[in-house]
Design a protein around this ligand. Structure first.
Ligand code: NAD
Length: 376
């Protein structure tokens, strides 16, 4: 395998380049691996972020994506109260035809060249089994099948619980109460996270408005939960609900959808919900309380972070690395979102920007979250 580090001159053509710590490009002719690992910032600790396997049209698109995603992980990990930096990796190609054990093992060797500055995990196009293959070549991989009594496994239910906690923070700010009985919530996408979120909301007596491209999952929700209204895909944006929880795709908050919305709150799991930074302002101008995506959906990364520290045998917190303490850490998402709303009100800025500024203050100062016991 051959690899080289891209220098600042090569990277300056990309708008998402932000003085990244390291951007390394790998090529292996034997296995067909073509991949890029970007570590954005390690002020708070080693960079943790998933490995995406995607059929990019061009190498430049892959580099653009890995720069953007790795930067996003720095912000996410900082506000999640994890002593971890931000990184991401991309494998270029169609996973359905290119993925082999040899290629994933070579990706493991690629991750290993960073000597622990980058820790990988699953992302779109990769799964638990791929992480186990990567593990043949490097210890710097998480999201593996947990051994008896250890942390790990599918982070989606933890993500859903974090979103549920974030919704409570938004309810408190908007209505002065966290009561969900009779609350109308529109959920877009009933996948691993969205379906579990519906279950948690249903338990509290919420009324659900749901949509998905998969009809079967909608029928299942109707059978399993109390009050469920099934909507067409496009109807979800104008649903007569107080909360919109995007749990499917990115860029669903945009110049076309926002004018249709009469929601009080937007709080969902999807990544990159705002199509552009202007959409952050559009929501604020409309008086819709937006809970920044990377803050509310951090439950999964908190779960993976705890798994990492447990595997490493190095506990940065003042509490034991138990499932119970991990869940308490996820519940701090509520406090973080409350703090973001306070900044929004005090400074008159949109909530997405307020979150970014809070995260930047943390990772630029390299403030050691370990000493504050994982305050999220
Ligand atoms: P998933 O693939 O399990 O579920 C996505 C669901 O959305 C599927 O049911 C799919 O059929 C549906 N869908 C696709 N296109 C749609 C459309 N146009 N309209 C309505 N529904 C549509 O994914 P997931 O793991 O549940 O993640 C959901 C979102 O949350 C993704 O954006 C993901 O990046 C983000 N996220 C997930 C986690 C996690 O732990 N799984 C963590 C952080 C962020």
């Amino acid at each position: 395998m051959e690899y080289h580090d891209l220098d600042a001159t090569e990277l300056s053509q990309f708008t998402d380049y932000d003085g990244h710590h390291i951007v390394r490009f790998f090529i292996d002719k034997d296995t067909g691996l073509k991949a890029c690992i970007a570590v954005h910032n390690i002020n708070l600790g080693p960079a943790l972020g998933g490995c995406r396997f995607y059929n990019y049209a061009a190498e430049e698109d892959a580099i653009r994506d890995v720069l953007r995603l790795s930067r996003g992980m720095t912000y996410k990990n900082a506000l999640a109260g994890l002593p971890l930096g931000g990184g991401k990796s991309v494998i270029i190609g169609d996973p359905s035809t290119m993925k082999t054990t040899a290629l994933m093992e070579m990706m493991g060797s690629a991750v290993d060249t960073l000597n622990g500055d980058y820790i990988t995990a699953e992302d779109s196009g990769t799964n638990v089994s791929d992480m186990e293959t990567i593990r043949h070549k490097t210890p710097y991989v998480m999201g593996l099948t947990p051994e008896e009594g250890c942390l790990g496994g599918d982070p989606s239910p933890v993500t859903a619980y974090g979103v549920f906690c974030g919704i409570k923070a938004a309810l408190l700010r908007k209505y002065g109460s966290q009561d969900m009985n009779g609350l109308k919530v529109a959920v877009q996408g009933l996948g691993a996270v969205g379906y579990e979120l519906c279950r948690l909301l249903d338990e509290q007596g919420a009324e659900l408005f749901v949509t998905d491209v998969r009809g079967a999952v909608l029928q299942k929700a109707r059978e399993q939960f109390g009050t469920v209204h099934i909507l067409e895909l496009d109807e979800i944006f104008s649903a007569d609900a107080q909360i919109f929880a995007p749990c499917a795709l990115g860029a669903q908050l945009n110049v076309n959808t926002i004018p249709q919305m009469t929601f009080d709150i937007i709080a969902g799991a999807a990544n990159n919900q705002l199509a552009t930074p202007e959409d952050d302002n559009r929501l604020q101008e409309k008086g819709i309380l937006y809970t920044p995506d990377y803050v509310i959906n951090a439950g999964g990364v908190i779960a993976v972070g705890y798994e990492y520290f447990q595997q490493l045998g190095k506990n940065p917190f003042c509490h034991d690395l138990t499932h119970k303490n991990m869940i308490s850490h996820v519940e701090k998402i509520r406090q973080t979102i409350g703090d973001i709303f306070t900044i929004t009100e005090k400074c008159g800025i949109a909530s997405g920007r307020a979150a970014d500024e809070m995260a930047e203050a943390l990772f630029n100062s390299g403030k050691n979250i370990q000493k504050s016991c994982g305050t999220a």
